[in-house]
Design a protein around this ligand. Structure first.
Ligand code: DGP
Length: 112
């Protein structure tokens, strides 16, 4: 399967790693939208939040458990925002489930 984030996870495409465990991988976004902008992805390919099922929900839950650990590693003690874009109207450009962690400054109150 031709998936950009699968290629980043398996190291074919380089990335700046922030965190990794058996279940997920976190790396710096190539086009940061905030002083700190990190992406967290499950290592198994799931299209988006719209593809979460009873069968893969444990994998997704483990990604969520990793997020506060990653935020701590990134020094985001004053808070942060987590976003997951879904599909065409959500402006999802990479079709492998990912959570954006944004922070490092007071973010805009409006989210879009
Ligand atoms: P989204 O629009 O929610 O699908 O976000 C995809 C994000 O992926 C976007 O913020 C830019 C980032 N991105 C795209 N290509 C690469 C890449 O090759 N390396 C890294 N580190 N990030 C990428």
């Amino acid at each position: 399967m031709d998936c950009l984030f699968c290629s980043i996870i398996n190291g074919t495409i380089p990335s700046t790693k922030v965190y990794e465990d058996d279940n997920c991988y976190a790396f710096r976004d190539i086009n940061p939208q905030a002083p700190v902008h990190c992406l967290v992805v499950p290592k198994t390919h799931i299209e988006s939040l719209d593809s979460v099922t009873d069968e893969n929900s444990a994998t997704v839950a483990k990604v969520l458990v990793a997020i506060p650990k990653i935020a701590k590693l990134l020094g985001l003690s004053d808070g942060y925002r987590v976003i997951s874009n879904v599909g065409e109207n959500g402006c999802q450009s990479v079709h492998h489930l990912h959570f954006h962690i944004l922070g490092g400054e007071k973010l805009a109150e409006r989210m879009c």
